[in-house]
Unconditional design. Structure first.
Length: 111
């Protein structure tokens, strides 16, 4: 009997969401602002997945976006640090799936 591990990236990957942006600079755990590599169009209250495809992932809620669209302020601080280039996905249409998946570091299934 073997083991199969699923991550938040695996679960969200099944949703086939387009990339919103990438981090333009490193962010440390505790940060509440994200600098993006391009303007984003997300509304306050949007649920983001920060980190995807092999990157540590966590969800974050948008408080507001700067007028030029490149700085996102979050409602609560990040719990993890993320390097420049980390992917951002808008998972607002799938809050239950993304939120549940982000709470799991790994899920073990017997195969």
């Amino acid at each position: 009997m073997g083991a199969l591990y699923a991550s938040v990236g695996d679960v969200v990957g099944a949703l086939d969401l387009p990339e919103l942006a990438r981090l333009n600079a490193d962010v440390q755990a505790g940060a509440q602002q994200l600098s993006c590599d391009r303007p984003v169009d997300v509304a306050p209250g949007a649920l983001l997945l920060v980190g995807y495809k092999g990157q540590s992932g966590e969800t974050a809620t948008v408080q507001n976006v700067s007028a030029d669209g490149v700085t996102i302020t979050l409602t609560t601080p990040l719990t993890l640090g993320h390097p420049q280039g980390t992917l951002l996905l808008n998972v607002t249409p799938f809050p239950d799936v993304a939120e549940a998946a982000s709470r799991l570091s790994r899920v073990r299934y017997a195969v």
